[in-house]
Design a protein around this ligand. Structure first.
Ligand SMILES: C[S@@+](CC[C@H](N)C(=O)[O-])C[C@H]1O[C@@H](n2cnc3c(N)ncnc32)[C@H](O)[C@@H]1O
Length: 195
């Protein structure tokens, strides 16, 4: 895969204000992947395919990424981008709302990346835990949401999203079967594994 193509995809996404993964968040995930055999990834929130394409760098040979997106314009661009970097046999886009699609999946994944509607994070977690391999990991991006989540400021118009992100953190930190780290990278990254 040419780095030039990836840079062009990234620049266009940033110019179009598509909220793609931040560099330091991506580097954390890549560091995790480098030391492990990752064969199957599930991503919730494809946008233009940037993060999924980046993840292919450390995916095992013949590995697969299933990624879910509901916005038609994003799907169109993601398909074009995935073709440009010749990853059409590696990245499968599931078109539609993750709330409808997730309950119909029954594969097991080594890594799950949650990066879609914040108000649905608790539901995404429930589904991710069902779909996660025993030694797998769940990354949830934007978990600190510009600092709102851990502050006591709750009058912001994004209050519903903040409440759901707080609920996500409570679920992953209070469940004795889970081990979670909240990393202050990018917009906050929750890293959850099964004990
Ligand atoms: C933050 S962007 C994803 C960025 C992408 N992961 C990256 O880093 O390149 C979130 C995407 O999730 C999609 N999305 C939000 N809620 C969704 C849902 N319930 N089902 C499917 N897609 C959803 C949005 O349309 C948007 O394109």
């Amino acid at each position: 895969m040419s780095n030039l193509n990836l840079e062009i995809i990234k620049e266009k996404a940033l110019n179009d204000h598509v909220p793609i993964i931040m560099d330091n968040t991506l580097n954390k995930i890549k560091d995790y992947m480098k030391n492990r055999k990752i064969n199957k990834i599930l991503e919730i929130g494809t946008a233009v395919g940037y993060s999924a394409i980046c993840f292919t760098e450390f995916l095992e040979k013949n590995g697969v990424i299933d990624t879910i997106e509901r916005n038609e314009e994003m799907i169109k661009q993601a398909k074009e981008n995935i073709k440009i970097v010749s990853k059409d046999y590696t990245i499968n886009i599931h078109e539609g709302d993750a709330v409808d699609i997730l309950p119909n999946l029954d594969d097991k994944y080594d890594m799950i990346f949650i990066d879609a509607a914040k108000t649905k994070y608790p539901f995404f977690l429930e589904q991710a835990l069902r779909l996660l391999n025993e030694n797998g990991v769940i990354f949830a991006d934007n978990i600190l949401y510009k600092g709102y989540v851990l502050s006591d400021y709750n009058k912001h118009k994004q209050r519903t999203a903040v409440n759901h992100l707080r609920e996500y953190i409570k679920l992953v930190t209070e469940n004795p079967n889970l081990e979670t780290e909240i990393l202050d990278v990018g917009d906050g990254l929750a890293v959850t594994k099964k004990r």
